[in-house]
Design a protein around this ligand. Structure first.
Ligand code: SAM
Length: 274
């Protein structure tokens, strides 16, 4: 049985605890030897692997290059996790800008408030009480959620590795919320797993075995573990909500050899409100 499968067998709270326990010795060592205060201890990073700091700065680069991000923007980070993208933005956004991060996991929101907001007060983090079977069992339905922000108030909305954890009704609700919140001509930068018939999937360790036509799951018991959407369905959802695709930058999750010149692991989609 793969490590991923084993991880999904744990209840959501135990997944977060397991990570804390595994990294406890190295986190203690790091605390004793002095740690970068704006980087969370590894045991608290429940949002995925890779180099936390490097990934954040890499995405900031993509936001500038492909997402039209400007220093004075009103920015919304949906699924802000434990600040991986907020941290590099603290050095980029001006005092005129605003940043709001929303997440369903209180531990991440609290860490960000205690470590980021305290130094950068225009960075605000909000806990939203929604369920997601990868991260928590309780809470309200994301498919009915309305963000407490006014229409057309945001210049740049991003979701990094968040739509990959939402089922179709949740994704559709969030896309309609993004269309409501964006100002005209402004941008949403998001990552997805797109089921694209023109791009063969050759990665045996990353396959969406449970196919339901317009979407597919990696694990049928933990439905939000990894979700992929069929390309035509996804494009129709964007179009219905008045969002046009400015960039579609396929990722190398399908082919880890990266022989196809892809940019990042997940597919990147940059949308503009018409
Ligand atoms: C893989 S993590 C990525 C976190 C962050 N975007 C990053 O790149 O570091 C996915 C995040 O989405 C959050 N999440 C899951 N369901 C959500 C929902 N319905 N609304 C907002 N955030 C959600 C999770 O709690 C988690 O922090």
């Amino acid at each position: 049985m793969s490590l991923r499968k084993l991880y999904y067998l744990l209840p959501p709270a135990a997944r977060i605890l397991a990570r804390k326990l595994v990294f406890m010795p190295s986190d203690m060592l790091e605390r004793l030897s002095g740690r970068d205060e704006l980087i969370p201890p590894k045991g608290l990073i429940y949002t995925g692997g890779g180099d936390f700091k490097e990934t954040g700065f890499r995405f900031l680069g993509y936001f500038k290059e492909y997402g039209n991000l400007s220093p004075d923007d009103h920015v919304l980070d949906i699924g802000s996790g434990i600040g991986r993208l907020a941290i590099p933005l603290t050095n980029y956004l001006s005092s005129e800008a605003t940043y709001n991060g929303f997440d369903v996991i209180a531990q991440g929101v609290n860490w960000c408030t205690q470590n980021i907001t305290v130094k950068y007060p225009q960075f605000r983090f909000h806990h939203i009480d929604l369920k997601n079977d990868l991260y928590r069992n309780d809470g309200s339905e994301a498919k009915e959620y309305t963000f407490p922000l006014t229409d057309s108030s945001q210049d740049f909305i991003f979701l990094i590795s968040v739509f990959t954890h939402l089922v179709p009704e949740e994704m559709e609700r969030y896309i309609s919320e993004i269309a409501r919140l964006l100002s005209k001509e402004k941008t949403c930068f998001a990552t997805f797993f797109v089921l694209d018939k023109d791009k063969p999937q050759v990665n045996p360790n990353f396959s969406f075995k449970h196919n339901y036509g317009h979407y597919a799951l990696m694990d049928e018991k933990v439905t939000s573990a990894n979700v992929a959407f069929e390309k035509d369905y996804l494009m129709a959802v964007f179009e219905k909500n008045g969002l046009t695709v400015e960039h579609y930058l396929p990722g190398h999750w399908r082919d880890p050899s990266k022989s196809d010149g892809t940019l990042d692991f997940q597919d990147i989609v940059v949308l503009r409100k018409g």
